[in-house]
Write a new protein. Structure first.
Length: 257
């Protein structure tokens, strides 16, 4: 093969190599261009902006407080939202029992929460501690801001920090268990709950002591109790205490002058 033939072969090899290099470079360029355009579409355009935040289940907690804890803001990129971190921040709030954040649609988020319900106030060292059914402290105040809740007196709080639980205190837990078995209407005339040993004693707004027994017995005899109290009041007789610890009986001890 002469020199001219060899040069031609080498030229064709070089040309083929150049074409391959060009194809690789072009493919890489198109790929990078596609990635850039995809990134622009996802993160720079308004299509994926957060347009709506809905909240469900908040009855006592302000919507603004939930939004602030979630960290979500309208117009931020919807795909950058960290649901797990937001749920953790919200669960740290004492009054929130459960929280779930879900996507409702493109740019729409739903924050669904379940609040802890207050069932009892405990008066301890001149402070009112608001407790839920599991014994968690929801709030603490120097004055009673929940006149709709029964007040437990004469017991010591084992913990006093908001968010902590008093479940370890058997006496408080026993009163909570008693209260949650009753509708609020059964306790509207009760100003105070105290303990006589391990026995629950109710004190009415008129200062009458009631030994209610278990919650079921108190509930079953509540109508009879109401009739008895109204009759004594109508007759002008004062009552020392009422004993309901016996099934289907309401024993009244009047005050004898």
């Amino acid at each position: 093969m002469d020199l001219t033939g060899r040069k031609w072969i080498n030229f064709k090899k070089l040309l083929r190599f150049s074409r391959n290099i060009f194809a690789v470079v072009l493919t890489a360029f198109l790929f990078l261009l596609a990635v850039w355009e995809f990134k622009y579409l996802i993160f720079e355009t308004s299509y994926f902006e957060l347009k709506k935040i809905s909240i469900e289940g908040n009855y006592t907690i302000e919507k603004e407080k939930i939004l602030a804890l979630s960290g979500f803001k309208l117009s931020e990129n919807f795909l950058k939202l960290n649901y797990r971190a937001a749920e953790s921040r919200l669960r740290a709030m004492p009054k929130i029992k459960e929280v779930e954040i879900v996507t409702e649609g493109v740019g729409e988020v739903l924050i669904r929460i379940s609040e802890r319900e207050s069932v009892l106030l405990v008066l301890h060292e001149r402070k009112f501690y608001e407790l839920d059914a599991e014994g968690y402290i929801l709030s603490a105040s120097n004055k009673n801001v929940r006149v709709d809740l029964p007040i437990l007196t004469g017991v010591a709080m084992p913990v006093t920090n908001i968010g902590e639980s008093v479940q370890a205190e058997i006496k408080i837990k026993s009163v909570i268990n008693w209260v949650v078995n009753l509708a609020p209407s059964f306790l509207t005339n009760i100003s105070e709950i105290c303990l006589n040993g391990n026995e629950i004693v109710l004190i009415t707004n008129n200062g009458i002591k009631i030994y209610p027994g278990n919650a079921v017995n108190f509930k079953n005899n509540f109508d009879l109790l109401t009739i008895v109290l109204e009759r004594f009041q109508k007759d002008g007789m004062k009552i020392s205490y009422v004993d309901m610890r016996f099934n289907n009986e309401v024993v009244v001890k009047p005050i004898v002058n």
